[in-house]
Design a protein around this ligand. Structure first.
Ligand SMILES: NC(=O)c1ccc[n+]([C@@H]2O[C@H](COP(=O)([O-])OP(=O)(O)OC[C@H]3O[C@@H](n4cnc5c(N)ncnc54)[C@H](O)[C@@H]3O)[C@@H](O)[C@H]2O)c1
Length: 332
């Protein structure tokens, strides 16, 4: 029996991976989350759960000391990419320093495998999609810079200390357990929240941006394999959908699923990569990725789930670190 630590256990990817490991293996799952963006209800009861922010290095050392961790899955982050230029300090502390604390402990306590959920955002807007793993990183915002820096730190940790890492770069996963109450992230979650609250779904810009979406359950076996297949050590692997949709089309699919009389409202465009999706052949080869749930079917599952969720208060930043250049729709 291995002892598996999942950070961000209360979030989308972490909670669903934990459920799968508990159901399908005999391994023990230990979880850390500060509940800043995830929910206690998402955490499987069999998880040994610790609530704190990974910034707290002493608390983290305590968990490693006590739990004798074999494998680490690092999912904890605040993934509000568009907001990250306005909360730089928070972004780097929460996403970068927190990650390097985890790397420090993983080296110190001889973790055998470390799987990091990086992001497709590291490719930026320099290349035509699909993005292939060997393209040089070219981030265009602080969120992606933090991911890039963690990728580099892992490479150094392997070279100097032999930490066996695997970098997975997911893109556009959605599904049950996703945070739909955050104003700044998860396009499908934002729309579902708006529609549930009798508002029209909003689109940043003209909706011609293109993304490839994947249902969360399609991520679980690939993530599991990332720590099990030795060929993944030291590798960077894209993970995500094989079919692209414009944001406008994705919105219309959701509207059709709801059967409600709502229509998209177009807002000021954001600073973002317009066309973004990735290659998937490496994930098929090394992680056994299969795109099993198509967008309409996945949206149906998530919409059904969203309808049975509590009407939580919407998360809004009380004060941004930077106000200059903030979009009209995010102004306090
Ligand atoms: N979902 C996607 O499609 C996608 C795409 C690209 C990258 N990623 C990356 O994958 C990871 C997981 O994504 P997700 O969709 O499950 O996100 P999520 O927001 O649902 O889950 C992240 C969890 O981490 C927790 N957390 C955040 N910062 C923390 C900290 N410093 N200490 C402790 N807990 C903290 C939050 O409370 C939350 O429960 C993230 O790192 C994200 O950047 C996800």
């Amino acid at each position: 029996m291995k002892r598996i630590l999942i950070t961000g256990i209360a979030g989308l990817l972490g909670s669903r991976l934990a459920d799968w490991i508990i159901k399908n293996t005999k391994h023990k799952v230990i979880g850390i989350d500060d509940l800043s963006g995830g929910f206690l209800e998402n955490i499987n009861r069999e998880v040994q759960f610790y609530k704190f922010n990974l910034i707290d290095l002493e608390a983290l050392k305590g968990v490693f000391e006590k739990e004798k961790i074999d494998i680490v899955y690092h999912f904890a982050a605040y993934a509000a990419e568009g907001l990250s230029p306005f909360i730089r300090k928070y972004n780097y502390e929460n996403n970068l320093i927190a990650s390097t604390n985890l790397i420090t402990c993983s080296i110190q306590y001889d973790v055998s495998r470390f799987v990091f959920a990086s992001s497709m955002s590291v490719y930026g807007n320099k290349y035509d999609p699909p993005f292939k793993e060997d393209l040089a990183q070219a981030p265009i915002d602080p969120y992606a810079v933090a991911k890039y820096a963690v990728e580099m730190d892992l490479e150094i940790a392997k070279q100097q200390h032999g930490l066996n890492y695997t970098i997975v770069r997911p893109h556009n996963f959605y599904g049950i357990n996703q945070n739909i109450w955050d104003k700044y992230r998860n396009v499908l979650g934002i729309w579902m929240y708006q529609i549930l609250n009798k508002k029209n779904p909003t689109i940043f810009g003209d909706g011609s941006q293109v993304r490839a979406f994947s249902y969360v359950d399609d991520s679980v076996i690939p993530f599991w394999n990332a720590s099990q297949n030795d060929k993944c050590i030291g590798e960077i692997i894209n993970l995500g959908g094989i079919k692209e949709y414009s944001i406008k089309d994705a919105c219309n699919i959701l509207i059709n699923v709801t059967g409600l009389n709502v229509k998209p409202v177009y807002l000021e465009p954001r600073h973002e990569t317009k066309y973004a999706w990735s290659t998937w052949d490496k994930s098929v080869k090394l992680l056994n990725f299969k795109h099993e749930v198509d967008l309409e079917e996945g949206i149906k599952k998530m919409w059904l789930w969203a309808n049975n969720q509590p009407n939580r208060e919407r998360f809004t930043w009380p004060k941004y670190e930077l106000n200059k250049g903030i979009y009209e729709y995010w102004k306090n």
